[in-house]
Design a protein around this ligand. Structure first.
Ligand code: ADP
Ligand code: MG
Length: 412
């Protein structure tokens, strides 16, 4: 690996891994404002899936056990104004209260006199939940006045909302900068930073990245950054088509991004031995769940057919490349996994990775659809880490600085 990239790595390492967490601050008797990600689905006025609330419980319970008074805040959905009452947090407060077996005082404002008064009275072991942060126009604008009002409520700020860390909003970035006291990471955030941060800055080798998904154009930066740290990149999914086309193959009616051919060509020339492309694909006449599927060589894709999954020989090739890996990062499904006929490559790869974890490989899954695909395969719990942040995990792997993380206190 060239030294230019190594220099970049150490800077990233400092930024990502060096953040204080709730273990580094004293919270006894303190008011602690926690930015959580309770952006949960609601149905008929109740929380339909409480996975994200459950995921914040280690942080919430730790803070309560250690004598903090908790002020929680989150966004939910995309409300335009407080008039969008279907995005009010009452159902979230109700579910949280059941999960932590204590009352949750749900506020009807994000900031304001009622919140200031209630926060002042809040005692150790008590919990309040502010109203949807996006009811305030200043949230998405990262308005310093809103950030200052939030910061004034607490002695310590904790960010446990990794999924929104790539957005500089008042409750994620502005508030952390405005804190007079500490601004630190919660456990969920800490877990993400450790898993993804290691992959970016201090990976074990052999390190194999696996990339897929629909488009290469979304992920050129990611591939570039991974080529700087990983030993090989296995490429499947729709993005492989553009590479195969750049290699001169005929792709029939497959999704090929003409605009990205030059970039694909550049990457192939830059790392000819380290980019591993499919040798066979599963094709169909139509993009349809019940379209008959056939595996063909990548060099013999019929003119009227489209590649919708990787084939069995490619799986064998990928298995060989993964053999002995210490670290694997996977982003992007190997095919149109939403249709069972074209989910075989994705499912087989997920199974292969689950087996690798048993043999001691660290396997990290990033990206929203990739997490869904692994869940769909029933293998989430087998992986070393499945990131909870879709866009945030990709930006971090691209080597970007996430504003919500950068704003937290450094360890030294
Ligand atoms: P992530 O959210 O994990 O980053 P992406 O959004 O990049 O993943 O890609 C997921 C999408 O890619 C899925 O909807 C899947 O159907 C699509 N996809 C994968 N392979 C193909 C293909 N060969 N042709 C068309 N779409 C594909
Ligand atoms: Mg996606």
């Amino acid at each position: 690996m060239d030294s230019r990239l190594r220099g970049n790595d150490s800077r990233e390492k400092k930024e990502i891994m060096n953040k204080k967490t709730i273990r580094d601050v004293d919270v006894q008797g303190k008011k602690v404002l926690v930015r959580v990600d309770f952006n949960v689905p609601l149905r008929d006025g109740v929380v339909a899936d409480d996975g994200r609330i459950q995921a914040a419980l280690p942080t919430i319970n730790y803070l309560l056990d250690n004598g903090a008074a908790l002020i929680l805040c989150t966004h939910l959905g995309r409300p335009k104004s407080p008039a969008d009452t279907q995005f009010a947090l009452d159902p979230v407060a109700a579910r949280l209260s059941e999960l932590i077996h204590r009352p949750v005082q749900k506020m009807d404002e994000v900031v304001g006199d009622s919140v200031t008064a209630a926060a002042a009275k809040l005692g150790a072991g008590e919990v309040m939940l502010l109203e949807n942060t996006r009811f305030e126009a200043g949230e998405k604008k990262n308005d310093p006045a809103l950030a200052a009002k939030l910061a004034a409520l607490a002695d310590v700020y904790v960010n446990d909302a990794f999924g929104t860390a790539h957005r500089a909003h008042a409750s994620t970035e502005g508030v952390a900068r405005a804190m007079d006291g500490a601004a630190v990471a919660g456990f969920l955030m800490g877990k993400e930073l450790e898993a993804l941060g290691t992959a970016v800055s201090n990976p074990a080798h052999p390190y194999i990245a696996i990339m897929g998904g629909a488009k290469i154009s979304d992920k050129i930066k990611l591939i570039d950054n991974l080529l700087g740290v990983a030993d090989k990149i296995l490429i499947g999914g729709g993005m492989a088509n553009t590479f195969l086309r750049a290699m001169g193959y005929e792709l029939g009616s497959s999704l090929v991004e003409a605009d990205a051919l030059a970039e694909a060509q550049r990457l192939l020339e830059q790392a000819p031995d380290r980019l591993i492309l499919p040798v066979d694909v599963v094709v169909a006449l139509e993009f349809k769940a019940d379209a008959p599927a056939t595996a063909v060589s990548a060099q013999n894709i019929p003119a009227d057919q489209m590649a919708l999954d990787i084939g069995p020989d490619t799986l064998t090739l990928f298995a060989d490349a993964l053999n002995g890996a210490k670290l694997v990062i996977w982003n992007g499904p190997m095919g149109v996994f939403e249709f069972p006929a074209f989910a075989k490559g994705t499912n087989a790869l997920a199974q292969m990775l689950a087996t690798a974890v048993d043999a001691g490989t660290e396997v990290i899954i990033g990206g929203g659809d990739s997490a869904a695909a692994v869940k769909n395969a029933g293998l989430s719990s087998k992986m070393s880490h499945v990131s909870t942040g879709g866009g945030a995990s990709l930006e971090l792997l691209e080597g970007k600085t996430l504003p919500g993380i950068a704003a937290l206190d450094d360890k030294s």
